[in-house]
Ligand binder design. Structure first.
Ligand code: SF4
Ligand code: SF4
Ligand code: SF4
Length: 183
């Protein structure tokens, strides 16, 4: 990534929510740096991020693109324990690993890690995940910083990549065994 894209990336909230239309903050930063996307597509960052990007890139501050969503209060995911069936489908999509639970056990959200990115909601087959304003949490829980989010996302991606490599290696080994016995 270029120094220009690095500087842009450093200003983004790192929720990896994809609302900008890109598969995460880094591809969006690269598109802005390349001049192929505008600076007003990040609802979690809102007007503050747009202003910072405009200042960095010496361009005009513009309003958030409504096609990407609206700026709003910080939210956190909430899992209705009575309805959760423990299928674990919400675990892989969470970019910051803010959900804990195991197969056939009730899952729960770690409030201090959740960015409110919404990526866990669609995969839930029983619609038991909703978003609530962070300000309504009792006890209160501080919003994670962009640096926290990025660190946890990179750890998540490293683990995901390793598991995928292990899965492919297992498949390849199985195929070699089958090829060895089947003429
Ligand atoms: S936080 Fe902003 S830049 Fe990052 S993925 Fe979400 S909308 Fe895109
Ligand atoms: S728990 Fe859901 S809303 Fe919260 S960070 Fe994870 S995927 Fe996003
Ligand atoms: S996807 Fe929904 S039902 Fe499945 S474990 Fe997560 S919260 Fe529970």
């Amino acid at each position: 990534m270029s120094a220009r894209a690095d500087a842009i990336h450093a200003l983004l909230p790192q929720t990896q929510c994809t609302r900008c239309g890109f598969q995460g903050c880094r591809p969006y930063a690269e598109a802005i740096a390349a001049g192929t996307s505008s600076i007003n597509r990040c609802p979690p960052g809102g007007q503050t991020t747009i202003r910072q990007l405009a200042s960095l890139l010496q361009t005009d501050e513009v309003a958030l693109d409504p096609e990407c969503g609206r700026e709003g209060p910080a939210m956190v995911a909430y899992i209705d324990a009575d309805r959760c069936i423990g299928c674990a489908r919400c675990l892989p999509p969470c970019p910051v690993d803010a959900i804990v639970g195991a197969q056939r056990q009730m899952h729960t959200v770690l409030n201090d890690l959740c960015t409110g990115c919404e990526l866990c909601i669609a995969p839930c087959p029983v619609d038991c995940i909703s978003l609530i304003p962070r300000s309504e949490l009792q006890p209160t829980s501080p919003e994670p910083t962009a640096a926290d989010n990025l660190q946890r996302y990179e750890a998540h991606e490293t683990r995901r990549t390793r598991r995928e490599q292990e899965r492919l290696a297992l498949l390849a080994a199985r195929k070699r065994r089958i090829d060895a016995v089947v003429p």
